[in-house]
Design a protein around this ligand. Structure first.
Ligand code: FAD
Length: 311
């Protein structure tokens, strides 16, 4: 694994000034769904909101910041992430009902937990979150969705911390959402969000969740080391069909392979590196482009340093 030799110097800038955990050269693969990637030069888990604000306030402006949730949509490259990686912890893992049809959730809450909370409170329209891995903060940024619904359909507002430690709130209308994308900039840290559900029949919600779970179990490799859909679906076309029809199913790169269950999922079957996974993705892109003329766009976020992928 890579090693940032100045990591202790970076840590010294914050030692004794913040209350949360600071880890130098943290092996970030531990939290990544793919189980690949180098180290974070400095990982910070703020104790609470005040601590996060303070950290951002004292952080020198030339130190890059990366925010990670469950790293279920992210490929961390093999030479790691320079600067600071922030992971929100327990204080940001809360849910509360704020009105009969409204829920406020901290950004570190798993999306699945949001759906389960909604079920408990007879709120419909949130079942799609049940099968999406990762945190709600990541879902707000990515406009995550499934089964015909996405975060943009349920969000009322979200709170953020900016690169100077200032807190502000954006309403849905302030955020520009697209398919699995938003204009939330990479240095904005989502700390919480308020969402809307609709009063619904408990039995119907249970049936919906069970239907989604059943579909997932049969159609996607959800227990494997993966990053979810590798590529976005082009308009009116399924990426997995393009990949299948381009004859990519048998492609591999080291231990990075294409899932047998779903051709748009790449799996680390053991000792794949981030390079292997990215290389396999680029091989797929190239073959689909040659066969169909369509340029697939990565849905998985690729971050950090690593060898340049060249075909
Ligand atoms: C098996 C599997 C199935 C999946 N199925 C789906 C699916 O059906 N639909 C779907 O949309 N996605 C799916 N995904 C992708 C992924 O689960 C979602 O995008 C998820 O919402 C990402 O959350 P995360 O916390 O893991 O984000 P991460 O991967 O940690 O981060 C994703 C992006 O969000 C940013 N981010 C994370 N937290 C915050 C925060 N608090 N504030 C600001 N920015 C933040 C990161 O910087 C990064 O840019 C799947 C993934 C897997 C592994």
């Amino acid at each position: 694994m890579n090693y940032f030799s100045d990591a202790d110097k970076l840590r010294a800038k914050f030692d004794g000034r913040v209350a949360g955990y600071l880890y130098t050269n943290y092996p970030i693969k531990k939290i990544s769904w793919f189980r690949v990637g180098g180290s974070a030069e400095l990982l910070f888990k703020p104790k609470d909101l005040t601590d996060l604000k303070k950290f951002m306030h004292i952080k020198p402006s030339n130190v890059p910041v990366t925010i990670l949730g469950g790293a279920s949509n992210t490929l961390i490259r093999d030479n790691g992430i320079p600067g600071v990686v922030i992971v929100l912890d327990r204080e940001f893992n809360y849910i509360k009902q704020t009105a009969v049809d409204r829920i406020e959730c901290g950004a570190a809450v798993p999306s699945k937990k949001v759906s389960n909370f909604a079920l408990k409170n007879n709120l419909g329209g949130l079942s799609f979150l049940n099968t999406i891995p990762g945190t709600f903060g990541g879902a707000v940024k990515m406009n995550s969705g499934a089964y015909g619904a996405e975060v943009a359909d349920i969000l009322i507002s979200a709170k953020f911390i900016d690169h100077k430690g200032n807190e502000f709130e954006s309403n849905l209308s302030d955020i520009c959402y697209g398919y699995r994308s938003s204009n939330i900039s990479d240095d904005m840290i989502c700390i919480s969000a308020t969402i809307r559900g609709s009063i619904a029949n408990r039995e119907e919600i249970i049936q919906e969740i069970n239907r989604y779970k059943k579909h997932r179990d049969s159609a996607q490799p959800i227990k494997e080391r993966t990053g979810g859909s590798t590529f976005k679906n082009p308009i009116n076309i399924k990426a997995w069909e393009l990949i299948r029809d381009a004859g990519c199913s048998g492609l591999s790169s080291g231990d990075a392979v294409i899932s047998r269950l779903h051709t748009n999922f790449i799996i680390n079957k053991g000792n794949a590196t981030a390079y292997d996974i990215e290389l396999l993705g680029e091989k797929i892109k190239k073959r689909v482009k040659v066969k169909t003329g369509i340029d697939l766009e990565w849905e998985i976020r690729r971050i950090g340093n690593g060898p340049k992928v060249e075909l």
